[in-house]
Design a protein around this ligand. Structure first.
Ligand code: PLP
Length: 384
C-alpha cells in the first residue's frame, strides 16, 4: 500500500544553489588529493535521498557517496547513479551478495561478515574498508582484530582491502582538542603497525564535517562530509572556531519546510486552545490552523513554544502540536488568507527560523531536526 501525503499542504524545499555552493566550499577546503564523499544517509539527513543524490551525481567535485544501509545504496543504483558508493552501516550477512552485485563498498568490522563475503562467487572484486576503534567505542575493531581481519581478506582474491577508517567521539561539542588528538594518535599507530605487517590500504578516512573544518590533517585521501553539505554547522563551537581561522568559509542552509494555512478563526479572550487546554487566550485571538503535526516530524515539544513565519512575521504556536495539525496565533499579522504559506523552518522575507532554533526549542541538535522530517513529505528542488 502506498501511504498518501498531499503534495500541496506540507512540503520540503531543497535549494539547488545552496547545495552547489556548499559543495564548492568543501571542495576548496579539502586537500586536493582528498576525495570528497558527501554523506547522504538517512534520507540525505532528511533532505531527500533521490533528490540530493541526483543533484550530486552529476557533480565533478563529488567523488564518492556515503550511505548507511544497503537499501539506500541499491535505490541509488536503480536510479542509475554510478559513482562509488560506500556503506558506513551494517549489512546483514544474508544480503552481502546483493551488495557485491550492486558494486557497493562495505565497511567491515567483524569476522563473520568477511567469512560470508569470502563465500560469494563473483568475478568482480568486493572492496572493503576496515573500521578501526580509536576511542569512540561504537562500531570498529582494535588492532589485533584488525590484523586478523586484514589477513583474512588477503586470503581471498575476490576481496580487496581498499581502506581503513575511524570516527571521532568528541569533536563537535567542545573546544578541548585532547580527545580527538588521542584518537588521531591511536589511528596513526594502528595504521603504521598494519602497514608494517603488509596490510596497507590505499584509502584512509577519518574526517566528518567538524574534523574536516578544524583539523586539516584529518582530510587524508577521503573526507566524509554530512551536516556541512546541507549548510548546517555541526555545533556552535565548530562555527566559532572556523570563523576565527577562515572567515571566508561559508555555508548556506539547503532546506526549507513549509505548509499552508488551512483555516482561519477568531476566538474570544479566555478560550482554551487545543488538546489538554494547555493555552488560554488573554485577548480576542485570530488563529491559523496549519496542516502539519508530529506525524510530519514537527515535534510535539514545540507546543506553546515555537514560532512559524507567515507574511514575513513570527506567529507563535498556541496549544499542543497534534498528529496532523497545529495552531499559530496571527492576531498581530493582518491580512492572512486561506492557503497563505507558513514557514516552519527557513526564511520568509527578513525573518528566519533555523534548524538550530528548532533544535534548541526541543532540546536536541540540528541533525535530529532535519533527519526526522517525515520521508514521505515531498521534496521539491527549487532555484533561488
Ligand atoms: C561514520 C560517519 N562518518 C561521517 C559522518 C558524517 O558526520 P557529519 O554529519 O558530522 O559530517 C557520520 C555521521 O553520522 C558518520 O556516522
Amino acid at each position: 500500500m502506498k501511504i498518501f501525503m498531499d503534495k500541496n499542504i506540507n512540503w520540503v524545499e531543497i535549494d539547488r544553489r545552496a547545495l552547489a555552493g556548499n559543495v564548492r566550499s568543501f571542495r576548496r577546503l579539502l586537500d586536493p588529493q582528498a576525495r570528497f564523499m558527501p554523506v547522504i544517509k538517512s534520507n540525505a539527513y532528511g533532505h531527500g535521498l533521490p533528490e540530493v543524490a541526483s543533484l550530486l551525481a552529476g557533480s565533478k567535485q563529488v567523488d564518492w557517496l556515503g550511505l548507511n544501509s544497503l537499501d539506500e545504496a541499491v535505490a541509488l543504483r536503480k536510479l542509475g547513479i554510478r559513482k562509488p558508493l560506500l556503506l558506513l552501516g551494517y549489512v546483514p550477512l544474508g544480503r552481502l551478495a546483493e551488495a557485491a552485485r550492486n558494486d557497493i563498498r562495505l565497511t567491515v568490522y567483524n569476522r563473520e561478515t568477511v567469512q560470508a563475503l569470502a563465500k560469494i562467487k563473483t568475478k568482480k572484486k568486493i572492496l572493503l574498508h576496515i573500521k578501526l576503534e580509536t576511542g569512540t567505542n561504537r562500531q570498529g575493531i582494535g588492532l589485533d582484530e584488525a590484523i586478523n581481519l586484514a589477513g583474512l581478506v588477503k586470503e581471498h582474491p575476490h576481496l580487496f582491502l581498499e581502506g581503513y577508517s575511524t570516527h571521532f567521539a568528541n569533536i563537535e561539542d567542545t573546544t578541548d582538542r585532547s580527545y580527538p588528538d588521542g584518537q588521531k594518535e591511536n589511528y596513526r599507530n594502528m595504521i603504521a603497525r598494519l602497514e608494517k605487517l603488509g596490510h596497507s590500504a590505499p584509502v584512509n578516512h577519518v574526517a566528518c564535517t567538524a574534523a574536516a573544518l578544524i583539523f586539516p590533517d584529518t582530510h587524508k585521501n577521503l573526507a566524509r562530509i554530512g551536516i556541512g553539505l546541507y549548510g548546517l554547522w555541526p555545533s556552535r563551537e565548530t562555527m566559532l572556531a572556523v570563523r576565527d581561522r577562515d572567515p571566508g568559509f561559508s555555508l548556506a542552509p539547503v532546506l526549507a519546510w513549509k505548509t499552508r494555512v488551512a483555516q482561519i478563526k477568531t476566538v474570544p479572550s479566555g478560550s482554551f486552545i487545543g488538546y489538554g487546554c494547555t493555552y488560554r487566550t488573554t485577548r480576542k485571538t485570530r488563529l491559523a490552523v496549519l496542516p502539519v503535526g508530529y506525524y510530519d516530524g514537527y515535534d510535539r515539544r514545540l507546543s506553546n513554544t515555537a514560532h512559524v513565519l507567515i507574511k514575513g512575521k513570527r506567529a507563535p504556536i498556541r496549544g499542543r502540536v497534534c498528529m496532523n495539525l497545529c495552531l499559530a496565533d496571527i492576531t498581530d499579522i493582518p491580512g492572512v488568507k486561506l492557503e497563505d504559506e507558513a514557514v516552519l523552518l527557513g526564511r520568509q522575507d527578513k525573518e528566519h527560523i533555523s534548524a538550530e532554533q528548532l533544535a534548541s526549542w526541543i532540546g536536541t541538535i540540528n541533525y535530529e531536526v532535519v533527519t526526522r522530517i517525515n520521508p514521505l513529505l515531498p521534496r521539491v528542488i527549487v532555484n533561488k
